[in-house]
Design a protein around this ligand. Sequence first.
Ligand SMILES: Cc1cc2nc3c(=O)[nH]c(=O)nc-3n(C[C@H](O)[C@H](O)[C@H](O)COP(=O)(O)OP(=O)(O)OC[C@H]3O[C@@H](n4cnc5c(N)ncnc54)[C@H](O)[C@@H]3O)c2cc1C
Length: 421
Amino acid sequence: MVTKPVEEQGGLMPDLIEQLFMTNRDLEVREQARTFVDDEITARSSDLEGSTVPELDLARSFGKHGWFGLTIPTRYDGIGAGQVAKTAVLEAISQVSPPMGYLFQAYYLGVAKILHHGTDVQQGRWLPAIARGDCLPTIAVTEPGAGGNIGQTRATAERRGDTYVLNGVGLARKTFVGGSHNGADLHGVIARTPGTSGIAGLTALVVEADRPGVVLGEPRVIDGFSFGDVGFEDCEVPASNLIGAEGEGMYVAQASSTLYGRLNLAAVGLGIMSRVLDGTVRFLKQRPLHPDARSLDQLQVNQQKLGKMQSLYMSTRTDVYAAAAGRDRGWDGVELDAALNNAKLQSYVRGQELVALAKDIHSAYGLVGALPRDAVYLDHLISPAGTPDFQRYRLFQHAMGTERSSWSARFPAQVQESSEL
Ligand SMILES: Cc1cc2nc3c(=O)[nH]c(=O)nc-3n(C[C@H](O)[C@H](O)[C@H](O)COP(=O)(O)OP(=O)(O)OC[C@H]3O[C@@H](n4cnc5c(N)ncnc54)[C@H](O)[C@@H]3O)c2cc1C
């Protein structure tokens, strides 16, 4: 990846977010991401719309260009950047293709698990492969009966000597696995020790996708992004694939989704908000109102709506980048957890409000452009993983001061070390 100093890029006027939260390095990474998006995604994005075929080339292309190594330390061949840079990359991708933004973020959850919970040996084995794009990792937690409540997990991992035998089909299969059919190489699976119940019996393992006993279900695809089923039938996995200690599965899953998942989805939502805002500005400027060519932006009612949309976008952008920068500066604890949860919540809630205003402004033309798809992306890609109800509940706990623990405070120190800014 070629690094060009920001000052040589010409015409780049730093805005408030850039000045407050982004380092020169973050800005450089964002420029490289925009170039990647222009070269690799823009031309493909209209083909992806409506596609029920899992996109394989772009998934690998993210990897081959090093993007899954964004927060991986340079000693493991990564870029060594932090959460702000990742947020900027995700926003840039999602401005052009929200489903590809979603795919990128889904695989990034797989990265987080190994980066922050893997042993030195595991990191040395998988992180360079991920950073080179040779290994696309998923996170496979959800089951038909265990979504928000992973304590109901049915898949089992039984220890037999140096091996775990993994079983999970039917109601114990993993479902809605982001990137399941986009060429995933390694699944991060949460399963329980047989005979246990609740969260204490859960364990995290990584399982190579080509292992005997891994059963890929039918693909479920939105615009090239797959989130299908993965099952396990007497699948033997070496004990060296255990992530964290036995019984720490809940912690591995929850810490990864709080510290990476919340920001990832907030950034995808921000990309959607930004593209809807841009599309609405173009629409207002171009659509003539009368034969005298006055455009719709001269109507006060539309000015008010667009002003509100701009405000929603700016407020959300501040929330998202502040949380990311807090993490990069080494903050942890309940305040940071709350900021991460709030960033995700606002990206969805304000995103919905922004899209509703855009629909009003577009009137009938809201049916024919990109807007209907953007509404679907927001409602069906951003909302479910870490639902608004859960975020509000966490924020209720924060307001009452009743959080039982802080995920960011418990997250292993690797997260700070990985930020080499
Ligand atoms: C596009 C997409 C990609 C996904 N990617 C992945 C992935 O990569 N890996 C993975 O493992 N999973 C993934 N998921 C699954 C996602 O994490 C789950 O959908 C999510 O955990 C919610 O589970 P559920 O859908 O079963 O809803 P449920 O848990 O059944 O919840 C249903 C409703 O009840 C509310 N609710 C339930 N329990 C509570 C509670 N205790 N407090 C407050 N409200 C509650 C919820 O907010 C929700 O509104 C993905 C889902 C989608 C749609």
